[in-house]
Design a binder for this molecule. Structure first.
Ligand code: RET
Length: 251
């Protein structure tokens, strides 16, 4: 007997709601970018691209695209029939990985520009980030519940630690040169980012990996995280840097 795990009413509703939120955020960020000094307009452009990309990705998911069933063989839990398996076919929204591979490097770029991190470390952080996201994609389509799937998951988690090191640890050292006000803003945004980003692999492990949470629960969990990591993060950054001229970008 094959078990199918797919989105229901609640899931679709959440996808449409986040689509609208991302669209509104993109419009507001665009309008606000018009009267920002050129030296700081890049933050607005980057952040608008982030929410716009998410809006498109959510449109694809909400309209029923960008998903495919992925089946894995799971051992039956009945103790008296120890050697039987059944297939669990679950909807995997691959649009998320397209979205994340565009938006997470841009989120890091926002933080790197703010902290004044050099080009070498910025590029390394972005490459580690791409390995993390694409590792997650390979893990999501890993064939069995074994080395292939969880090996990619482990590689992605190690890449995530590189991201944290390059951006949070190195960034905290670099930002001091920009003074107290930028340091405080960077510290706040970095802590928010660290907490939110760490939740993603946990949701993934329970939902996509172990298949212990329903597809609707997964959609809602990612929806909350995405709204906090994109429009809320973006609003915080774009409102704060206006009052701090030391956040000017040199490129
Ligand atoms: C995966 C699974 C593999 C291990 C790790 C992951 C981390 C994902 C992260 C995603 C962040 C997404 C954001 C989206 C924007 O709103 C790919 C789930 C470590 C950190 C911030």
């Amino acid at each position: 007997p094959t078990e199918f795990q797919s989105a229901g009413q609640a899931g679709f509703k959440a996808l449409w709601v986040v689509f609208v939120i991302m669209l509104i955020a993109s419009i507001v960020f665009t309008i606000r970018s018009w009267n920002v000094p050129v030296a700081r307009r890049l933050y607005h452009v980057i952040t608008t691209i982030i929410t716009l990309t998410a809006a498109l990705s959510y449109f694809a998911m909400a309209s029923g695209q960008a998903t495919s069933y992925h089946c894995i063989s799971v051992k039956d839990s009945h103790k008296h029939v120890p050697d039987t398996h059944h297939d669990v076919c679950r909807e995997v929204y691959w649009a998320r990985y397209v979205d994340w591979s565009i938006t997470t490097p841009l989120l890091l770029l926002d933080l790197c520009l703010l902290a004044g991190i050099d080009g070498a470390h910025t590029l390394m952080a972005i490459v580690a980030d791409l390995i993390m996201i694409l590792g997650g994609l390979f893990a999501a389509y890993g064939r069995e519940n074994t080395v292939q799937k969880w090996g990619w998951y482990a590689i992605a988690c190690i890449a995530y630690l590189f991201v944290v090191w390059h951006v949070a640890v190195h960034g905290a050292n670099m930002v001091r040169a920009k003074g107290d006000r930028v340091s405080k803003l960077f510290g706040g945004l970095a802590v928010l980012t660290l907490i939110l980003w760490t939740a993603y692999p946990i949701v993934w492990g329970v939902a996509d990996g172990a298949r212990r949470a329903s597809v609707d629960t997964e959609i809602i969990a990612y929806a909350i995280l995405d709204v906090l990591a994109k429009p809320v993060f973006g609003t915080w950054l774009l409102l704060s840097h206006r009052k701090i001229p030391e956040t000017n970008i040199d490129i």
